[in-house]
Write a protein of this length. Structure first.
Length: 98
């Protein structure tokens, strides 16, 4: 089943962001990459030891590195990257909530 077949109707970017914050996945109707979608990553912390270069060791309380909430993309290459919206994305009304 394709992403378009999983969604009911298109929405604007504001509605897509609200859906992300509720734990849903969203896509643009024109995206043709297999399995691509956006999802919300809430703020959290990770151990500084995860940074194998030790760049952040000792800089944060309890050696836990805080990060802010962000939107991530699961790519067609089957990896995850942080995602930034373009002007076109923000103004689009063809978002699909999966």
């Amino acid at each position: 089943m394709s992403n378009a077949e999983q969604a009911v109707a298109t929405v604007d970017f504001g509605s897509a962001v609200q859906a992300l914050k509720q734990g849903k996945k969203v896509v643009r109707s024109g995206w043709n990459g297999k399995g691509m979608f956006l999802y919300y990553v809430p703020e959290n912390k990770y151990p500084a030891a995860r940074n194998t270069l030790n760049t952040l060791d000792g800089l944060f309380e309890d050696n836990m590195v805080p990060y802010g909430a962000y939107i991530a993309m699961k790519t067609a290459q089957n990896n995850v990257v942080p995602w930034l919206a373009s002007q076109t994305d923000v103004l689009a009304e063809d978002w699909l909530i999966l």
